[in-house]
Structures are given as structure tokens and as C-alpha cells.
Ligand binder design. Structure first.
Ligand SMILES: O=C1O[C@H](COP(=O)(O)O)[C@@H](O)[C@H](O)[C@H]1O
Length: 246
């Protein structure tokens, strides 16, 4: 097994905290409160906040709730954990989903940093995006919301990804990585695992029994390459909470 990225004695257990709920509604309410409180605290303490969000379907009810949260959204920078390399109006665009569900109502005042360029491929877009992320995102990130696929991917850290090793082990503060994988219909841009871990708090948000089983598998010994979510769950540098409901 490869060593976890960030296991250098922070005092945190190498195991996430878990918050399990009987109903999704209660889970989304609790998580919306936690995100709002953490962003408000960051704004109070540092004058600004950075929120990284996943794409996919699971977080959409949370985004609906957060869009009306009573926060000074003009001080919040939002970006994605990963993006599919499709046109910004394409139905599979994570940015489109985030614009339609989160960045409206009060949250329309937030600044959005896109993970997409006009380049035909993510490989060609990577240098410009790396520059953008270095310039526009302050680390440590205040709050990182991740999802997980039933194949154990998180962000676009997919098992079998052509650049998975680079995305898991990126050196020197590299923030993003283009990646293609058999389990991902479109080419992807992902934040690297080391950059995701450069954060004050990570939440992994999952629903359903299948993902609960994948989560248990990920906590068991085995290579990160098989279930890349392990790069997030099995480290002791950054606090992680697993939010789950059936
Ligand atoms: O492709 C993706 O999948 C995961 C999980 O999505 P879900 O629809 O099962 O919630 C997501 O976290 C990731 O950001 C997305 O690009």
C-alpha cells in the first residue's frame, strides 16, 4: 500500500468522523448549518472564505438550502472539486449545476472560479487553470465538500485514471490535473489530492447503502489507486467528516 499523503502527526485519528442520519432532509439541514457556520467563521476571522464543492447529483438539495444562507456571500469564493470537459451549457457541466442550484438568491454574490477553459482538451487547459487556481484561491481552503462514486472516486480521482498517480501525489503545491478514466464518460479536470487536503475541513457527502459499503471498504487496508477516496479518508492531517443518509 502507498503511504497516505499527509500522515505526519497532526494528532487527528487516521479515520473520519461520521454523521449518519435517518432521513436525507435532516442531513441536508445539518450540513447546510455546518457549512454556513464555517464560512461565517472564516469571514469573521480572515475577512473571506473559500468553499470547494463537488459536482454530481447528491449535493443539489444542499445547494438549494445554501443559496439562501444568511452570509456575506460577496466575501466567499466558490470553486469545484472537479469538472467534466464539456461546454459550459452542457447538461453534464458541474459549473452549470452549481450556477443553477447554489449561485443564485443570496449566494449569487459569491465569486466563482471555474475549472474549465476554452481549450479543446483538459490537458491543453491545465497550465491556464493551474495559474488561475494559484492566483484566485487562497490555501488553506476553508471548506471542501466532496462526493463519492460507487467506484470509490472522489472529485475526478478515478480508479484506472491515466493521470491518477500524478493527481494523488502531485508535488510542489500543484493544484489541478487533467485526467481520463474508463469509468468517466468525459475527460476531466480535478483538483489534486494534496490540494484538497490543504484545507481546514473536508466533508464527504454520500447517500444510499451502496455508497455506505464503499465507504467501509475504503477504510479497510488496500491501495489508494483501487478506491481513490482513501487518499482523503485515510490521512491524519485534515479533519474529515462523513455525512450519510439512506
Ligand atoms: O462525476 C462525479 O461524480 C461524483 C459523485 O456524483 P453523484 O452524482 O453520485 O453524487 C461527484 O462527487 C463528482 O464531483 C462528479 O464530477
Amino acid at each position: 500500500m502507498n503511504a497516505p499523503e499527509n500522515s505526519a502527526g497532526s494528532g487527528l485519528p487516521e479515520q473520519p468522523d461520521e454523521k449518519r442520519f435517518e432521513h436525507r432532509g435532516a442531513m441536508f439541514d445539518a450540513l447546510a448549518r455546518e457549512v454556513t457556520e464555517r464560512l461565517a467563521q472564516a469571514i469573521d476571522q480572515r475577512g473571506e472564505a473559500t468553499l470547494v464543492v463537488s459536482g454530481g447529483s447528491t449535493p443539489q438539495p444542499l445547494f438549494d438550502l445554501l443559496s439562501g444562507a444568511d452570509l456575506d456571500w460577496s466575501k466567499v469564493t466558490v470553486t469545484l472539486a472537479d469538472e467534466r470537459w464539456v461546454d459550459k451549457a452542457h447538461k453534464d457541466s458541474n459549473a452549470l449545476m452549481v450556477r443553477e442550484t447554489l449561485l443564485r438568491d443570496r449566494a449569487a454574490a459569491a465569486r466563482f472560479v471555474s475549472l474549465k477553459t476554452e481549450d479543446p482538451s483538459p490537458e491543453q487547459g491545465e497550465p491556464e487553470l493551474e495559474e488561475r487556481l494559484q492566483r484566485d484561491l487562497k490555501a488553506p481552503l476553508d471548506f471542501v465538500l466532496l462526493g463519492m462514486g460507487t467506484d470509490g472516486h472522489t472529485a475526478s480521482l478515478f480508479p484506472g485514471g491515466d493521470q491518477l498517480a500524478r493527481a494523488l501525489n502531485a508535488p510542489g503545491g500543484v493544484r489541478c490535473c487533467a485526467l481520463r478514466a474508463p469509468g468517466a464518460p468525459q475527460a476531466r479536470m480535478t483538483l489534486t489530492a494534496p490540494f484538497l487536503l490543504k484545507s481546514r475541513q473536508i466533508v464527504v457527502l454520500c447517500t444510499g447503502e451502496t455508497k455506505a459499503r464503499v465507504f467501509s471498504d475504503a477504510l479497510a487496508p488496500g491501495p489508494r489507486e483501487d478506491l481513490p477516496i482513501r487518499a482523503i479518508l485515510r490521512q491524519s492531517r485534515t479533519p474529515v467528516t462523513f455525512y450519510w443518509a439512506p
